[in-house]
Structures are given as structure tokens and as C-alpha cells.
Design a protein around this ligand. Sequence first.
Ligand SMILES: Cc1cc2nc3c(=O)[nH]c(=O)nc-3n(C[C@H](O)[C@H](O)[C@H](O)COP(=O)(O)OP(=O)(O)OC[C@H]3O[C@@H](n4cnc5c(N)ncnc54)[C@H](O)[C@@H]3O)c2cc1C
Length: 410
Amino acid sequence: MVDEADVVVVGAGLAGLQCARSLRDRGIHAVVVESGDRPGGRVRTDLVDGFRCDRGFQLLNPAYPAVHRHVDVAALDLRRFGRGVVVAREGGQAVVADPLRHPTLLAATLRSGYVRPTELARLGAWLAPALGPVPRLLAGPDRSRAESLDAGRVTGHLRREVLEPFLAGVLAEDDGSTSVTFVRLLLRSFVRATPGVPALGMQALADQLAEGVDVRLCTRATEVRPGSEVVTDAGTLRARAVVVATDAVDAGDLLAIATPSMKGLRTWWFAADHSPAQATFLRVDGRGPQAGPVVNTAVLTAVAPGYAPRGQHLVQATTLMTGARDEHAVRRQLAELWSVDTGPWGLVTVHDVDRALPRQPAPLDVRRPVDLGGGLFVAGDHRDTGSIQGALVSGARTAHAVAVALGRPA
Ligand SMILES: Cc1cc2nc3c(=O)[nH]c(=O)nc-3n(C[C@H](O)[C@H](O)[C@H](O)COP(=O)(O)OP(=O)(O)OC[C@H]3O[C@@H](n4cnc5c(N)ncnc54)[C@H](O)[C@@H]3O)c2cc1C
């Protein structure tokens, strides 16, 4: 059976959903085929015994311009994290917090030893391009983040014990290989707003974007043929244009194009009867990888109580996929990070996301071509930047290219 549509979009991640929405705004109907049983792709929430476990701990930053443009953030009831981090180090813990948002932590932040004038000045100079106009940032020289920090002589404790552990979780790498331009784009958003999670999980973001979109769930595209035909396990769809909006690896397979490889993250979700902390800060380990595999941990319920059944608390711990998969080591490190006995914590679930983020080495290519010719288009974070911002931009940008090709660019 051949089903007809204006446009077929393969993949109901944020890029595919935004693409379909932007097409709809132009009066073009898109059918979205999605192999999974929910929309959202990498932005999903599993309900496990009443706990809301995002499929990989992640945060929504309302400062992303595309979020501002396409998402009704107020409707998500965003619960924001604290503006700072708690750092575990030899002999104790330290807090580094934004004094404007957390004035009561000013003294503790100054006492932390991380706020030293020379390194702070160097870090400020290194960060400065992130705070100027984006076109200038994109046009500037690019290199790996490690080389860039070395060149800026940001070499002290603040880098080693705070910035790098924090970035490892955000970038899914601890080898410093990511483009510094991308890192500055990310930090720009962190400076402008405090990220958080929707009160009822990241799935709320995907569900909002999926509203009114014609998504066919549990439908896998197995082949994309010339002439804008998509063969799926539920039949063949013929359209005037096809957009492949999968992750980089699936796009490479379906379209036989070169795409970046991807980096993985593993999230451990634990249930606790007692909250290990009321603070809403992310915790990182400043003692280096030898301290254990956890790159960051947070009490989700301190930020968004709806993530757990009443009276329960939910703690996430993120490790790189390259780290050891050893629950004992994770629990031991968490006991040190939270200063509690983690033995009684129940393991709710573990999310292994082998393909969390596309690799983004320097030079960063933020606008890869989306029109492959012959009615075939490609969208996804790997075409723009590996982030919620990048996925949304990519979806909207590809919709524009499709509309132009169909003669309806308005
Ligand atoms: C653990 C983790 C933490 C993250 N943290 C952050 C963060 O804090 N901030 C941030 O901005 N970003 C973060 N990200 C990145 C962000 O989630 C992604 O960049 C974004 O969601 C990518 O969206 P996408 O639509 O490009 O791709 P995807 O979400 O991968 O969507 C692709 C969709 O295509 C479907 N599909 C694939 N093949 C087929 C097929 N053959 N037929 C039909 N359907 C198919 C998939 O099932 C999927 O639904 C994180 C990601 C992960 C995994």
C-alpha cells in the first residue's frame, strides 16, 4: 500500500517535531514516522515505579534562542537548579555559587579557594567571546577546549576541579576534544539563564512539541528511495519531500552520507527515603577520574518534587559511557559526594545512551547543508549543534528549505 503525504519526516525527536510544526505553520502537512513508542527521541521520561527518570539526565536552558522562539516554557513549569556547583575535593566539599542569585553563599564561595584573582581574570578573558555577538563568536578562531584553556593560561584549581568536571558531563567527554566555539555557545546560555527541568519530566517538552503533529509511532523507516518514497515496516509512504530527522548514526545509515560519530552517557537513578541534601546544586567531583566514574550527580526531587512519589527522593548520577559500569563504584563515590550511606538507596533504573551527543571537534560547523537534492532533506542536532537548541534550529531550518523547494517559502 502506498500512502501519500506532502512531506514525510523520519524521526519524532525535537528536530523532526519542530520541522513538522514549522511546515504546518506554512500550510504544509507532514507525516512523522517514529520507530519509538513515544515522541521525543533523546528527550524522554520513563515512569518507573512512580519515579520520573529522564532518559539520560538533561536540562532545558530557557536562554536557548530556539527554546524562546518555539517552546511555551511557562507551560512546562520549569524547575530551576541552583546557580552554582558543589565540588567534592580532598578533605571536604566546597560551594561555588553565583553571589547575585545566592547572596548567602558569598562567604562560602570566597572561602572555597576557587575565586583567585589571577585565574578568575584569565577565565573571564577566555570566556569573553561567549558574551559578545554570536556571529563574531562563530567567525572567530576555533580549536579544542583543552588547547584553548591552555593558551589562555587557565591552568589552576578552578579549571581542574570545577570547570572540567562540570564540562565532562555536559559534553560527554573528558579528553578536552570538543570545539571551544561550541563550549562558549553553551556557556553563553548558562550565563544568561539557569537551566532546569519541567516539573513532570523532560517528556513534557517533547509532548508539547508533538501536540497537533501527525506522528505515527512504532513505525520504523527501513529505506528512503529516490522519488521521495519512504519504506516503513507499516507500508510505503510517498511524498513531495522527505526529511530524515534521526540522530547522526541512523541518518548516515539511511542516507549513506557522512555524519559525525557520537558520544555516550549513562545515568543511574536511585531512590532514597531521605534526601541527601536540600540544595538544588549539581555536584561534581574535583578529585579527578581516579575518584570514580561519576561526573555529576543531583537530587532531582530537591528541584522538582514531582519526579518521585510523595515522601521519596530521586538522585541521578551520570557517568561517561567510557567509564566503568560498576554499581558498587558508583555507590561508593556517591557516598563520598553526598556524605551519606548510599547502601539503603534503591536502584530505580540505569539509562545507557550510547548515542547521546554528536562529536563536535574544531572547527565547529554549525550550519551543515540540509538539502541533499532530489526532494531529500536531513535534519537533526548533528546538522547544527548537539543540543536542544541545535535540534530545534535544525528542524526549523530544514522546514524552511523544504518549503522553498516546494515553492511555498512564506
Ligand atoms: C543523556 C543526554 C543528556 C543530554 N543533555 C542535554 C542538555 O542538558 N542540554 C541540551 O541542550 N541537550 C542535551 N542533550 C542533547 C539533546 O537531547 C539532543 O541534542 C536532542 O534531543 C537531539 O534531537 P534530535 O531530534 O536531533 O535527535 P533524536 O532525539 O535522536 O531524534 C531522532 C528520532 O528518530 C527516531 N528514529 C531513528 N531511526 C528511525 C527510523 N529508521 N525510523 C523512524 N524513526 C527513527 C528515533 O527513535 C528518535 O526518536 C542530551 C542528550 C542526552 C542523550
